[in-house]
Structures are given as structure tokens and as C-alpha cells.
Design a protein around this ligand. Structure first.
Ligand SMILES: Nc1ncnc2c1ncn2[C@@H]1O[C@H](COP(=O)(O)OP(=O)(O)O)[C@@H](O)[C@H]1O
Ligand SMILES: [Mg+2]
Length: 250
């Protein structure tokens, strides 16, 4: 099967005034169509840099990335949906209008916009909150709007950078479960960054452990557990240990 995303010999150096910081060096990675890939690693190992390159926000200093076999620079930003830790919702727009935003950008007409936005708000269980403004929503609900907004453009490839990192443990767990549910329904390829190992084992088909500095792939761990996953399952616990060990050794 052809890869959805193919990363070859990727390097990224930041050129500062007095020195060069090489954030990534020699990353080779194939991501399968529909795969849920999770990247873990200590702070500063290059996770966000890699995500920003895949999102098209920054240009790598070396290597090649293909999306559906085409150079990613030519693929168009509309093929990618991004969710950050910060909600980044427009405060003057309701939940529904926030989700409609990307569709406006895409030139979808009003009637279809509404229909699609409502479909994705339903997918994140916010049907009863469509006309509410962000400041009346809890942190978890805001992040659900952000997830719905990213999915609403129907991107081919979803990128998430520690999207639930700022939420309390219980809300985070419910959003993790929701993320798996949405992924199972949409089957969009996901590139998900976290430093939370429990979260990685809960979500991933495959975990990539990045080690710095400069960032490189230290280990790949396949998570061979059915979903929804039970964190008390001995195999789950074993995979958490294996991942933790790799992060520490890397
Ligand atoms: N805009 C930037 N300019 C200079 N250095 C940067 C920039 N962004 C990240 N870095 C450096 O690149 C390395 C990787 O950072 P980052 O990708 O943010 O790691 P992570 O997300 O894993 O914490 C770090 O050493 C960081 O200081
Ligand atoms: Mg980061």
C-alpha cells in the first residue's frame, strides 16, 4: 500500500544570530493511509518542529516530504487540519460559526456550510451548544469545537500538537476517547504529538519515540491492542513501560 505521507532524510536547522540549532536530523518515516501515528519524546526533542513542517507552517532545511505521492509544498494547506493546545477559537463567533470558518475559506455555500458544521459538532457531542460563544464553554468543550472545526474542512491529514495537554485529567480522558471515536468514523490519517505516554498507548496504532538533540527517531512501537483500550490491561501497562524506557534512553 502506498503511504499517505512519506518523509525522507528530513532535516531542520534554525539559524540564530550566533549559532545553529539542528532540531531534526535524518528523519525517515512512512505514514500509512488511515493510520493513527503518535509521536512522543522529551521536551525539546523536535516534536512540534516536525508537526509544523508537516502542517506547512515552516520549511525544512533538507529532505523531502510527500503527501499522496506529491511534494507537500504543492499539496495545498486545505488538505491538512491542525489542532493545537490553545483553543484558538474566535471569541466573537459562536461554536457553529467557528466550525463554519474553514468552510467559508474553502468557498462552501451557506446551506452546505451549516449542514457540514452541524454534522461535525454532532460528532463531538456539541449539538446542544451550537449557538454558544466560546467564553461560555468549558476548556474541554472549546477543544471539542477546535476538533470539529479541524475536521469540518474534511482534510486528508489531521495534525494534533498536545491538543488536550492543558485540560484536567478527566476531561483529557474523555477527549481521548472522543478522538478515537471520531478517527474510527472518519478514518483520516492522524499525526498526534504528546509527551504523555499513557495517552500515546491509548491512542496510537504506532508510537514513534523521538530523541534529541538533534531530533531523530529512536524507536518505533506498534500498539497491538483492540479499542477502546483498557489502561489496566497487562499488555497496555507493558507497552507504557516499553515506551517510557525508550523515551528515557533516547
Ligand atoms: N523558532 C525557533 N527558533 C530557534 N530554535 C527553535 C525554534 N523552535 C524550536 N527551536 C528549537 O528546536 C528544538 C526542538 O523544539 P520543538 O520542536 O519545539 O520541540 P518539542 O515540541 O519536542 O518540545 C529545541 O531545541 C528548540 O529550542
Ligand atoms: Mg512541542
Amino acid at each position: 500500500m502506498r503511504s499517505k505521507v512519506s518523509i525522507q532524510k528530513l532535516t531542520m536547522s534554525y539559524y540564530l544570530k550566533d549559532r545553529v540549532v539542528t532540531a531534526l536530523n535524518g528523519i525517515d518515516l512512512e505514514i500509512a493511509d488511515g493510520e493513527f501515528l503518535v509521536v512522543v519524546g522529551l521536551s525539546g526533542c523536535g516534536k512540534t518542529t516536525l508537526l509544523n513542517i508537516l502542517a506547512g507552517f515552516i520549511k525544512p532545511t533538507g529532505g523531502e516530504i510527500l503527501l499522496d505521492g506529491k511534494p507537500i509544498a504543492q499539496a495545498g494547506l486545505m488538505n491538512r487540519g491542525v489542532v493545537f493546545q490553545e483553543y484558538a477559537l474566535f471569541p466573537w463567533r459562536t461554536a457553529l460559526q467557528n466550525v463554519e470558518f474553514g468552510l467559508e475559506m474553502k468557498g462552501v455555500d451557506r446551506k452546505n456550510r451549516r449542514e457540514i458544521a452541524l454534522k461535525y459538532l454532532d460528532l463531538v457531542h456539541l449539538t446542544n451548544f451550537t449557538n454558544i460563544y466560546p467564553h461560555h464553554l468549558s476548556g474541554g468543550m472549546k477543544q471539542r469545537v477546535a476538533v470539529a472545526r479541524a475536521y469540518a474542512y474534511e482534510p486528508e491529514f489531521m495534525l494534533m500538537d498536545e491538543p488536550f495537554g492543558a485540560l484536567d485529567a478527566q476531561t483529557r480522558e474523555s477527549l481521548q476517547a472522543l478522538t478515537v471515536e471520531v478517527w474510527q468514523k472518519t478514518r483520516k490519517t492522524i499525526f498526534y504529538v504528546t509527551h504523555n505516554i499513557g495517552e500515546a498507548v491509548y491512542l496510537a496504532d504506532r508510537i514513534i519515540v523521538l530523541a534529541g538533540q538533534p531530533g531523530r527517531i529512536y524507536k518505533e512501537i506498534r500498539v497491538d491492542l483492540p479499542r477502546p483500550r483498557d489502561s489496566f490491561d497487562p499488555r497496555y501497562v507493558e507497552l507504557e513501560r516499553e515506551t517510557t524506557r525508550a523515551v528515557r534512553q533516547g
